[in-house]
Design a protein around this ligand. Sequence first.
Ligand SMILES: Nc1ncnc2c1ncn2[C@@H]1O[C@H](COP(=O)(O)OP(=O)(O)OP(=O)(O)O)[C@@H](O)[C@H]1O
Ligand SMILES: [Mg+2]
Length: 507
Amino acid sequence: MALWEREAEFAAIERQLARLCAASPSTCDDGRARVLALTGATGLGKTALLHETAARASARGCTVLYARGSEQEQESGFHVLRALWEPVLPLLDAHARGGGTDLAAAAVGLSAPACAVGPPPHAVYRAVDQLVARLAAHLAARAAPLVVLVDDVHWADPASLAWLTRFIPRAPTLPLLCVIAYDSRDGRPGLAELRKAPGGAQQVHALDALSAHAVDALVRAAFEGGPEEPLFGGETSFAQECRTLTAGNPLAVTRLLDRAGEAGLKPHRDSLPRLAELAPTVCGPGFHEHLQGFGPDCVRLCWAVAVLGAAATLPLATRVAGLGAQAARRAAGTLRRAQVLDMPPRAPDGTPPAAEEAVCFTHPSFAGEVYRAIPSGLRTALHGQTAATLALTRPGHLASAHHLLEVHPDADPTVVAELHRAARAYARAGAPEAAHRCLGRALSEPPARQDRPLLLYELAWAALRSGAPAGAVHHLRAALAEPDCDAPVRRRATRLLALAERRSADR
Ligand SMILES: Nc1ncnc2c1ncn2[C@@H]1O[C@H](COP(=O)(O)OP(=O)(O)OP(=O)(O)O)[C@@H](O)[C@H]1O
Ligand SMILES: [Mg+2]
């Protein structure tokens, strides 16, 4: 679909791509701005512009990487970073990766050497930057320069956001183009830091709502080929009413026109009252009410997909929703036709695609709307069901840990063990905040008495690595006061306490 009124953004994208593709691989012209930021509220067209950037970059032979933050994955350390680099870093052989790879390995999804203590985050960020620099040089030398697209940065997990904030000022010195997109209204402190990234590295394009002229054109395109009905009738035109009802937000306009088409409306003034009724169901809380019209199976399937987030596949969602396979397939078909869910198409003979059937909402904002509309007790139960399903179907995967963070404490030793395992994996990757959340939750389960000292000791490590030495002192004293604190943990806790007290006093 053509994107209206984005000429300035397209011009900037074209300029940057042309510079990237013209530059000699080893050098970088210093016209700076190799980072473009697209900002704006939900539905203003950030993702659409990133997709267009991807298409244009691919047409020029660039290597395009895309990852996005997700409202449901904010607790997963390095979720975005891993989604970005994991598919492409294997292009570099061990020699080309060079030294320091071990430090970055767990963060970017490469196999990591076992180590007792996780590295400090800044060392991990530096190591990732070195890998990215080598990869960018490698691809530029092969005339396939790197274009890195990061969508919905406002939902990125804290570890990935912290890396991106440090990477952005460095990006203009590398033979790559980085285009990021975020909702500038988001008040997360991490995002404020990203906006202020030093060196004026980002060229920011704030997207506007569409003008009356553009909405008019979209209305004409939507009803093209239909019966010859006048667009203008009475004092208010159909297109004007569309713009008023949607404030010119492209997502709301396109959805409203789809809905109007499904309802059989004609672009005529007689349709205006019905159009006004449809508008609240397009986005926002009214979207969930609209879903209920499809019946309970569809609602349950949507709830399951919203809770599963990036891990959602139709078989998993079917289990989490507690539906039979046939009922789930029927519901999925209905939701796909209604453009609520998206999934890879089945072959004409009905055989499923070879890959597991990934399923997601057609627009990420729908996932948030649906998630928030699930009654809270039920949402907690769905997280528990999801954690159990993932533990069964993807043993060893970290995905179940963030669901366990949402379930009510129940003194369950398997929950403690799973969270402890996830915390260690996050600590090893250099994501101490994520480790801290898992350990804090494991301690409130609560664990068996004999497990408390070690969990408290590791919690203190995570606090120290996260820049909270006073918290570390508190946890270490608690560990040392535990009657079951054995000699090895006591020794390590005593040593770490001295360090934490020094750091705390230095502040
Ligand atoms: N300039 C435009 N002209 C016409 N249609 C547009 C324009 N921008 C976006 N759209 C359409 O509006 C819909 C929403 O756009 P998109 O998903 O890119 O918004 P977004 O800013 O990424 O939203 P979110 O922040 O929720 O992810 C898409 O269907 C897209 O094709
Ligand atoms: Mg988007």
